[in-house]
Ligand binder design. Structure first.
Ligand SMILES: Nc1ncnc2c1ncn2[C@@H]1O[C@H](COP(=O)(O)OP(=O)(O)OP(=O)(O)O)[C@@H](O)[C@H]1O
Length: 365
């Protein structure tokens, strides 16, 4: 079993605290993605789990064993880095074998493991090449191979696809998830790319400033962000967030005044009174141009034609922007005045503290 447990884990560099007490339980065979903006501490936390950084406080355990003081090599983990970290003077095969040789694994065993990993990753034809004779994608496969041959209980990935071009990233994303399933290991994957987080994770952990903002499945995080930070960070394009006032509260429902009309949201508004300031959030795919009544009116200032659909950036009189979705062959032109409506049943409300109000809908936002 390779559960990973973090209990009130802290990190200080001198007087600067960068991880403020993170508690998290990662289950055996889970694919967990740490995501958050640059500098939020996700790499530091991963490096502490790996044993490459000292823990300043709290406890880390892997497979039921406290590892705070266990050297990296004895933790049953293998790490894959963004910059591959291969030895330039060694062949791919030697790079993959290096760690095993160091711990005295018998030659025949090393050869068998390298051959098996090479087959899994389809890199058999690269085994005699040096890193300089390979593309970025091929080098990353070798780095992943080096991790696999160690048969770790836990794989740690630190932005492993960031140096690859867009098409290769998509392909490697799929391959890494398949590999994770085949190897039956626990994986922790750090990225600042929320598309990677959405597409790869069993559960996502969203960080900000050394603290966890939310933990959940990709759909939980997407549909029910816990606060305005997560709402604005996850999703491409991100969730629209508009200042609004509460018009009326009834059981299980809140009516809010938006610049061009009123919207009803299935939320528990017992903590609110009429006139209170709230933030109204709605995903662009639930906002459509209409020739009838809407909740927002403004000018199309930017139009993104994506083929399958068109994104309209509509700016209201007070400067607020709402991104809406129209058909691929949208007739809206730059500068047109557009009225927008929200699909019934969608929308999420956040209180003055930025925290989401409990949704009363079967499926939120
Ligand atoms: N060795 C160090 N000494 C001092 N401060 C550090 C050190 N390493 C990291 N930090 C600080 O800790 C914070 C978290 O850094 P970390 O690299 O973990 O962030 P991150 O979320 O992984 O960011 P990125 O996506 O840019 O890599 C940052 O403010 C960074 O400046």
């Amino acid at each position: 079993m390779a559960d990973v447990l973090l209990r009130d884990v802290r990190k200080q560099y001198g007087s600067q605290a960068v991880i403020h007490g993170v508690s998290l339980e990662l289950r055996h065979r889970e694919f967990i993605v740490f995501v958050g903006p640059s500098g939020c501490g996700k790499s530091t936390l991963l490096r502490m789990i790996a044993g490459l950084e000292q823990v300043s406080g709290g406890e880390i355990s892997i497979g039921g064993r406290r590892v705070n003081d266990t050297p990296a090599g004895d933790r049953g983990i293998a790490m894959v880095f963004q910059n591959y970290a291969l030895y330039p003077h060694m062949t791919a095969a030697d790079n993959m074998a290096f760690g095993l040789r160091n711990v005295g694994t018998p030659r025949a065993e090393i050869d068998a493991r390298v051959a098996a990993a090479a087959k899994t990753l389809q890199i058999e034809h690269l085994l005699n090449r040096r890193p300089s004779q390979m593309s970025g994608g091929q080098r990353q496969r070798i780095a992943i191979g080096r991790a696999i041959v160690r048969r770790p209980d836990v794989f740690l990935f630190d932005e492993p696809l960031s140096n690859l071009d867009a098409a290769l990233r998509v392909q490697m994303r799929v391959e890494l998830v398949q590999l994770h399933q085949r190897l039956e290991a626990t994986s922790i994957y750090v990225t600042h790319d929320q598309v990677e987080a959405m597409t790869m994770a069993d559960r996502i952990v969203v960080f900000r400033d050394g603290r966890i903002e939310q933990v959940g499945t990709p759909l939980e995080i997407y549909r029910s962000p816990a606060n305005t930070f997560v709402a604005g960070f996850m999703g491409a394009p991100k969730m629209n967030l508009l200042d609004a006032r509460v018009a009326a509260v009834s059981p299980g429902q809140v009516e809010v005044a938006l610049p061009g009309g009123q919207a009803r949201i299935a939320a528990d508004g017992r903590a609110l009174t009429a006139g209170a300031s709230v933030t109204f959030g709605v995903r662009p795919e639930h906002v459509r141009p209409t020739s009838g009544e809407g909740v927002f009116r403004g000018q199309a200032r930017a139009i993104e034609r994506l083929g399958r659909e068109t994104l309209l950036h509509v700016v209201g009189a007070d400067g607020a922007t709402l991104i809406a979705t129209d058909a691929g062959d949208s007739a809206v032109r730059l500068g047109d005045t557009v009225t927008l409506a929200i699909e019934p049943g969608h929308g999420r409300l956040f209180g003055a503290d930025g925290m989401a109000l409990p949704s009363t809908a079967a499926s939120a936002a």
